[in-house]
Design a protein around this ligand. Structure first.
Ligand code: CO8
Length: 374
């Protein structure tokens, strides 16, 4: 079977930044409005008052300092508290495809590939903008790529799971060059009015070129030594939005129709699951965790990442070993570990080994062990 490499990555970063201070100001204005509107019910004990958020809590609990978003005004409007996007006609490129095309063109340029050399497009993300036609097929057409395309969703593990599908397609000979693209418009699934999670997510899109090693011309090639995927059902991160909602006569704005989680439980459960997964994957390749030069991990929580890597290498974790992009981008669902790989690999040299690893709702864990080729 042919060797497979990652030969280029791309990153679309939205134009707007929301700092924690801006976010908390808008959230607290929303809280004041709601409490004033429901003052009588609160005074009568029929309703709990909403409680303000704080910058200090957000930074201490998560490590997030800001996030990028496609629309800022809608999110920060205390009368609205979610992004405002304009519906597009069917003959116009859709929003997810637009940001995907941007990131994909960058990845193609980095890999030194033309779009017509791509023979599979996997659009893999935590949310899809519509049921069909597949986003991947629209992206394929917009780029001028050949072959086939399909959509995948494994929540925050969408990128790593897609990289395995891409590597398998190349190994099996059904494709020579695969584009994996992860448009994550998480601002649209986040409940910005919920104090427990309003700070968590940001928008972004990443793209990765996976191809045969013997056709790759990029100077920056990363051999895929192995991939390992695992899932285990949990309701601790859940979103009930779906196409049956209308038939169930459920409220489309009900709390369960956007992202919700039991954050504490997730934190406790993810650390042992992710650490054991990576350790087993490395062992299957004959590698010790201490031999890994860099861990590009899912970016959901600073403390969670430090604990995962500390379990693996048995010592305090520096940004050189496990770089953080969460402070700047927040949680970008499946794109987080790819952003870390995109920004923090240029200093590695031939022979260096690294692990790209995601953990997400499902639960799902996906790891990709790579080695820099010289
Ligand atoms: N401002 C001020 N105070 C607040 C706020 C706020 N915005 N929100 C909560 N508080 C208060 C609470 O009221 C509480 O007060 P008290 O102690 O008096 O009751 C106190 O702060 C502590 O609240 P929590 O216990 O909810 O806060 P945590 O310290 O647990 O932090 C986090 C919340 C940041 C969400 C944290 O639990 C976390 O990051 N958990 C990990 C889960 C995660 O990262 N989720 C992100 C999205 S899902 C995802 O990306 C996948 C993750 C991994 C999946 C697992 C696969 C195996």
């Amino acid at each position: 079977m042919p060797e497979v490499v990652i030969s280029g990555t791309g990153l679309y970063r939205p134009p707007h930044v929301i700092t924690n201070a801006e976010l908390v100001e808008a959230f607290n204005a929303y809280v004041a409005l709601q409490n004033a509107q429901h003052a009588a019910a609160i005074a009568a004990g029929e309703r709990e008052p909403l409680v303000p958020s704080s910058v200090e809590f957000i930074e201490k609990a998560s490590g997030i300092k800001q996030r990028y978003v496609i629309d800022k005004a809608g999110v920060l409007d205390p009368q609205r508290m979610y992004p405002r996007f304009q519906e597009r006609p069917d003959d116009q490129l859709s929003l997810m495809a637009e940001i995907a095309v941007d990131a994909s063109r960058q990845a193609l340029a980095a890999a030194g590939k033309r779009a017509d050399q791509v023979d599979a497009v996997l659009c893999s993300a935590a949310n899809m903008q519509r049921a069909y036609p597949a986003m991947a097929i629209e992206i394929q057409q917009a780029l001028g790529a050949g072959g086939y395309g399909f959509d995948m969703n494994v929540a925050c593990s969408s990128a790593t799971f897609a990289i395995e599908q891409a590597a398998n397609a190349v190994r099996a000979g059904s494709a020579n060059c695969v584009l994996v693209v992860n448009p994550e418009i998480t601002s649209a699934h986040l409940e910005w009015r919920d104090r427990d999670c309003h700070f968590i997510f940001g928008d972004v899109c990443t793209a990765v070129i996976v191809e045969r090693a013997d056709t790759a011309t990029s100077a920056d090639r990363w051999q895929i030594l192995g991939t390992k995927l695992a899932t285990q059902f949990s309701n601790n991160i859940r979103n009930n939005f779906g196409f049956l909602n209308r038939c169930e006569d459920s409220d489309p704005n009900a709390r369960d129709k956007t992202f919700r989680q039991e954050g504490r439980k997730v934190f406790k459960e993810v650390v042992p699951i992710a650490a054991a997964h990576i350790e087993q994957h490395l062992a299957s390749l004959g590698l010790e965790p201490t031999a890994v030069r860099r861990f590009w991990l899912h970016q959901a929580n600073l403390g969670m990442n430090q604990l995962v890597v500390k379990r693996l290498i048995g010592q305090e974790v520096t940004p050189d070993v496990a770089p953080l992009i969460l402070d700047e981008y927040a949680n970008t669902a499946s794109a987080g570990s790819v952003i870390a790989f995109h920004h923090h690999r240029a200093d590695l040299t031939g022979g260096d080994t690294g692990v790209i690893c995601s953990f997400g709702a499902g639960y799902s864990v996906g790891s990709v062990v790579v080695r820099k080729l010289s």
